[in-house]
Write a protein that binds this ligand. Structure first.
Ligand SMILES: *Cc1c(COP(=O)(O)O)cnc(C)c1O
Length: 498
């Protein structure tokens, strides 16, 4: 299996090269040249397997330059019982009738990013041994909240790696901020930036492709890589849980093998939903992929009209991990859906960086709409969805999941589609205790500190508090760096002691 770039398909690299490098030289994203195919029989055989074995079955088709021992070491290390509080790793819960929730937040940082970021450090260190001979890998992360913590936790004290995380100073929840600022580990640094997530992400991308900076690092025997979902090693682990939930839906008796399901994904950078698209292309019976956005509904507009336009107000919402106006992984979808047209993708991405806007042809958007539906949930509906869903089903959702639940309800009203549906739940409600508590209380926000808020939410709802969040209370704050987006590259040098 080889990988190429969305902006230059003459490029051909192995999985380990794609993962160690993170992003292609000319700024394109690595994509698989072809997709492995899974028959219904093969999928059905996976119902008997543990999550770890399902992961091995899917990943070995993609990571063909890893030995079996290497892959086993990676997958068993990543999804061990010490790290995931649920034995199923990613359990599927039936809410009622056709509505199911796939809980992706049982990992150490309580958000779905753990599904990929527990595995990525393993994939990356194995890849680096094959391709980067002895260089220290410097992971640069721009985060809207959850990636940063999950990456820090995944990479902490991993030999021959360093990790630097940049987050928007006012763009993350208090719990997210505390999770990052208390991060343990010898090889980790965290810095706030005066700007929003898109500023942080754009600056990181610029630093990555700056040849002077790269040369300075190389002189010190270091190289950059990325833990953002532009890295193929972030995306490929996410394909696994779509197969896994499908198997669980068979085991639960919700569907028969071969029957189609819908998938609803609370979306930001388009990584999670793109993994669902890959699963569908590999033969998983998925009917529609429903892209759910919050008030930052640039993707809803794109999927409805074919015009992507980031020139709009940026809203800071109660679902901060989806406060994104440049969804990087859409580039990969455009590449696949346009018949692998690297020239077109390069041109669209150039328009996006120069004018903040592009339009695709009517044919292309019509093709995309055959698979992708879209909707968004305005802020005023997030709270009522959390409250109603809790009162009706005794199931507590976080703000991101609530965005998806509401988009799904609207979708069913609009289309009458009644196939069995999986809604991705991407964070523990306790990561956003203030918003969730205030929603459950019908808009009243009690004047409590973050941890009293957690206790109060637990008292009212009875939902379990994940241990890693409860334990934060006693940890010391380790970082107080702040910088402007223009000065990020200097900060990188400072944090690396260069
Ligand atoms: C990252 C994140 C998302 C968005 O996922 P993408 O893959 O970026 O689309 C949604 N919800 C939560 C809680 C997240 O952490």
């Amino acid at each position: 299996m080889f990988y190429t770039s969305t902006r230059d398909k003459s490029i051909k690299v192995t999985a380990s090269q794609a993962i160690a490098q993170g992003i292609s030289e000319e700024g394109g994203l690595f994509v698989p040249c072809e997709l492995p195919q899974f028959s219904i029989e093969k999928i059905e055989a996976m119902t008997e397997m543990s999550y770890i074995d399902r992961a091995k079955t899917v990943l070995k088709e993609f990571l063909t330059d890893f030995t079996e021992e290497e892959l086993n070491y990676c997958v068993e290390g990543a999804y061990s019982a010490e790290k995931f509080s649920s034995q199923a790793v990613a359990p599927t819960v039936n809410i009622c009738g056709n509505k199911n929730i796939l809980e992706l937040w049982h990992g150490p940082t309580c958000a779905f990013k753990d599904m990929a970021l527990q595995l990525l450090p393993y994939l990356m260190t194995v890849s680096a041994k094959k391709t980067a001979d002895g260089k220290t890998i410097v992971i640069l992360v721009a985060t809207s909240g959850d990636t940063g913590k999950a990456a820090l936790e995944g990479f902490k004290n991993v030999a021959d790696t360093k990790i630097l995380v940049f987050y928007p100073v006012d763009g993350v929840s208090p719990m997210q901020k505390l999770q990052m600022l208390t991060q343990e580990g010898e090889n980790v640094s965290v810095c706030a930036i005066n700007g929003n997530f898109d500023d942080a992400q754009s600056a990181v991308k610029t630093i990555f492709t700056d040849s002077e900076i790269k040369a300075e690092l190389a002189a010190k025997n270091m190289m950059f890589s990325s833990a953002n979902s532009i890295n193929w090693g972030r995306l490929v682990p996410q394909i696994v849980y779509y197969f896994s939930t499908y198997c669980d839906m068979i085991s639960m008796g919700n569907i028969k093998a071969g029957e189609e399901i819908n998938v609803v994904v609370p979306t930001g950078n388009f990584g999670n939903i793109l993994a669902g698209y890959y699963a569908k292309k590999m033969g998983l019976p998925v009917k529609m992929l429903i892209c759910a956005s919050n008030s930052n509904n640039v993707l809803t507009d794109f999927l409805k009209t074919g015009t992507y336009d980031r020139n709009r107000s940026f809203y800071t919402t109660t679902s901060p991990s989806m406060d994104i106006l440049i969804s990087s992984n859409l580039e990969r979808l455009l590449y696949h859906m346009s018949g692998e047209n690297d020239v077109l993708v390069s041109d669209l991405m150039k328009q996006l960086s120069e004018n903040g806007k592009y339009s695709v042809s009517e044919n292309l958007i019509a093709e995309i709409q055959k698979t992708f539906d879209a909707g968004f949930t305005p802020e005023c509906d997030v709270d009522s969805t959390i409250k109603e869903h809790f009162e009706k089903y005794n199931y507590l959702c976080d703000t991101h999941t609530a965005v998806a639940v509401k988009v799904y309800e609207d979708y069913v009203k609009r289309t009458g589609d009644d196939v069995q549906t999986v809604i991705d739940s991407t964070a523990s409600p306790y990561k956003f205790s203030k918003s969730v508590l205030s929603a459950v209380l019908g808009g009243k926000t009690p004047d409590l500190d973050e941890f009293d808020m957690v206790d109060e939410l637990n008292r009212i709802t009875g939902a379990d508090v994940p241990e890693p969040l409860a334990n934060l209370k006693d940890k010391p704050v380790r970082f107080d760096n702040v910088c402007n987006k223009e000065n990020m590259s200097e900060m990188v040098f400072k944090l690396l002691n260069l």
